[in-house]
Design a protein around this ligand. Structure first.
Ligand SMILES: NC(=O)c1ccc[n+]([C@@H]2O[C@H](COP(=O)([O-])OP(=O)(O)OC[C@H]3O[C@@H](n4cnc5c(N)ncnc54)[C@H](O)[C@@H]3O)[C@@H](O)[C@H]2O)c1
Length: 461
C-alpha cells in the first residue's frame, strides 16, 4: 500500500467525515411511489423502527396497531402525521391503504399476524425470530410459497450490514483460509429484569409460553451470522441451559451454552450469560455481543453495534508457525527452553476490514484515488475505523420497500428466517431434553400426517 506521508489531521477528518452520513435514505421518485405500510406491535422495537422509518421516504406509515394505547401514542409521536390507529390487528389488515405490514409483536404473535397479513394480500416484514413453534415453520413455508408475488422479509439486520457483507466477501475470496469455527456471545450484566408494573405479557421475553428466551432474542442473530459466514447450516445442536442468577419467576434459562455441529467439522459455540458483559474480542473496545470467525489463515472479530456505536470489525492474520527451537549449546539450559508453554506465538496486529468503498477499482479519478489512499493509510494506522455510512437497519427497511415495488428477493428471506427459527426451536429442545438434537428432526415436528412443503434449493450467498 502506498504511504501518504503528508496526511494532515484535517485530511483525516475529511476522510472520516466521508463515512459518516445521516440515516436519511432518499430514493429517486420514492415520495410519489412510496409503499404504504402499517405496523402491528408498536413497543420498543416497533418504535425504534419507526424512528428509522421516518427518515426513509420509500415507505409511508398509514396505520399503527397495538393493544396498549400508550404504545400507540408513543408510536404516533415518533412517526408523526396522522396514521390510522387500531387496537385489533385484523382491522389494520382490512385497511385498504395498507400495502405492507411490519410485525413487531412478541414472538408468540409473529405467526398469527404474519399469516393473516399474507392472506390479506400484504407484504410482510416480520421481526426475528420469524416463527415460534415447529408447526409454524412448515405452515409459513407453504403459505409464502403459494403467494410468490408477496414479499416476506425477516428482521435480521446483519444481513444488510456492509461490514458483515465485506466479511463474507473476505471469506469467499479465501482471505481467512478455511473457515472452520465461529464463537459468538451475547452477555449482559444484568440480564433482562422482570418489571412488575407490566405483568407477565409485558415481560413476555421471560416466559416460555410467549418467548424462546435468550436463544430466540439474542442467539438468533448470531446463529444466522454463523450460517452465512460458514455457508452452510448445522446438522445438530447440544447445549446446557439453566436458571441460576435471575430468580424472579421467569421460566427461561439465564445461563446458556450451545454447540452447533456443521458439516465437515465446522462448529459454532454460542454463549449467553447474565452476570458479565465483558467481550474478550475487538480489543475489548466493545461489550456484550460479537462474533469471532476463525479460519486457517486468519480470524475476524465483528459486531453490529447500535445507533451510538457503529458496526466494527477487526482482522487478525494467523501467526506463522513458531520456528523450531535451536538446540541449546548448554545441555542444562535445554531443559528450560523445551515445553509447550515456551512456543506460544504472539498475537497479530489488528488489520482493517476494507469496505467496498475503500477498495481500489482502477476506475477512480485522481482525487478519488488520493482520498482512498488517505483512507486506507488512516485505516491501516488505526487512526480511522472502517465504519458503515448507514445503519444496516435503515438499509434493511429501504431494501424491503424496494423489494415490495420490484418483486426482489430479500437477503433475509423466508428460508433464512425459517432456518434461524428452526435453530432456536431445536436449541431449546436440546437444552430441555439434555440431548443432541439433529436438525432433520424439524421435518417431523408439528406435522400431523401431512408432508411438509418441500424446501426450495439453497441459494448461494
Ligand atoms: N432485530 C432486532 O435487533 C430486534 C431488537 C429488539 C426486538 N426485536 C424483536 O421485536 C419484537 C418485539 O420486541 P419488543 O422489544 O418491541 O417488545 P415490546 O414488548 O416492547 O413490544 C411489543 C408490543 O406488541 C404489543 N402487542 C402484543 N400483542 C399484540 C397484539 N395481539 N396486537 C397488537 N399489538 C400487540 C405490545 O402491547 C407491545 O407494545 C420481538 O419479536 C423481538 O424479538 C428485534
Amino acid at each position: 500500500m502506498a504511504e501518504l506521508k503528508d496526511v494532515t489531521r484535517r485530511d483525516a477528518i475529511k476522510a472520516g467525515a466521508a463515512t459518516i452520513a445521516g440515516p436519511l435514505i432518499r430514493t429517486a421518485h420514492a415520495a410519489t411511489n412510496s409503499v404504504q405500510f402499517g405496523m402491528v406491535g408498536t413497543g420498543s422495537r416497533g418504535t425504534y423502527l419507526l424512528k428509522h422509518l421516518k427518515g426513509i421516504d420509500s415507505g409511508k406509515c398509514v396505520a399503527i396497531c397495538d393493544i396498549n394505547p400508550d404504545a400507540l401514542d408513543k408510536a404516533q409521536q415518533t412517526i408523526g402525521g396522522t396514521p390510522a390507529r387500531y387496537k385489533d390487528y385484523r382491522e389494520l389488515l382490512a385497511d385498504k391503504n395498507v400495502e405492507a405490514v411490519f410485525v413487531t409483536t412478541p414472538l408468540f404473535m409473529h405467526f398469527p399476524v404474519t399469516k393473516d397479513a399474507l392472506e390479506a394480500g400484504k407484504h410482510v416484514f416480520c421481526e426475528k425470530s420469524l416463527v415460534f413453534r415447529p408447526e409454524e415453520v412448515h405452515a409459513l413455508r407453504a403459505l409464502v410459497l403459494s403467494r410468490p408475488k408477496q414479499v416476506l422479509q425477516t428482521g435480521l439486520q446483519r444481513r444488510y450490514s456492509k461490514l458483515y457483507q465485506a466479511a463474507r466477501g473476505m471469506i469467499q475470496r479465501g482471505v481467512l483460509g478455511e473457515v472452520t469455527h465461529v464463537q459468538a456471545q451475547w452477555h449482559r450484566n444484568p440480564g433482562w429484569k422482570y418489571a412488575k408494573e407490566k405483568g407477565d405479557l409485558g415481560n413476555w421475553r421471560l416466559f416460555r409460553k410467549y418467548s424462546g428466551g435468550v436463544v430466540a432474542e439474542l442467539a438468533s442473530h448470531q446463529i444466522d451470522v454463523a450460517d452465512w459466514m460458514l455457508g452452510m447450516t448445522p446438522e445438530s445442536v447440544m447445549g446446557l441451559g439453566t436458571r441460576d442468577f435471575m430468580n424472579d419467576g421467569r421460566d427461561i434459562f439465564d445461563n446458556v451454552q450451545l454447540i452447533y455441529k456443521y458439516p465437515k467439522g465446522r462448529r459454532l459455540v454460542w454463549t449467553g450469560i447474565s452476570t458479565s458483559s465483558h467481550l474478550p474480542a475487538l480489543l475489548c473496545q466493545r461489550t456484550e455481543m460479537g462474533e469471532i470467525i476463525m479460519g486457517t489463515q486468519g480470524s475476524l472479530h465483528i459486531t453490529v453495534g447500535d445507533d451510538n456505536n457503529r458496526a466494527l470489525a477487526m482482522w487478525f492474520r494467523e501467526p506463522n508457525p513458531p520456528a523450531k527451537a535451536e538446540p541449546a549449546k548448554d545441555a542444562k539450559k535445554e531443559k528450560f527452553v523445551a515445553g509447550a508453554t515456551m512456543v506460544s506465538a504472539t498475537g497479530g496486529r489488528a488489520l482493517p476490514v476494507f469496505l467496498d468503498k475503500d477498495m481500489m477499482t482502477g476506475k477512480e479519478s485522481f482525487v478519488e484515488k488520493e482520498l482512498k489512499f488517505a483512507r486506507q493509510w488512516l485505516l491501516a494506522k488505526g487512526i480511522l475505523m472502517p465504519e458503515e455510512d448507514v445503519n444496516p437497519v435503515d438499509t434493511e427497511l429501504d431494501s424491503f420497500f424496494n423489494d415490495c415495488r420490484t418483486g426482489g428477493r430479500p437477503k433475509a428471506d423466508l428460508e433464512v428466517g425459517l432456518q434461524d427459527s428452526t435453530a432456536v426451536i431445536l436449541s431449546n429442545l436440546a437444552m430441555d431434553e439434555g440431548r443432541t438434537v439433529a436438525f432433520s428432526e424439524i421435518d417431523k415436528m408439528g406435522v400431523a400426517g401431512e408432508k411438509p412443503a418441500a424446501k426450495p434449493a439453497a441459494k448461494k450467498a
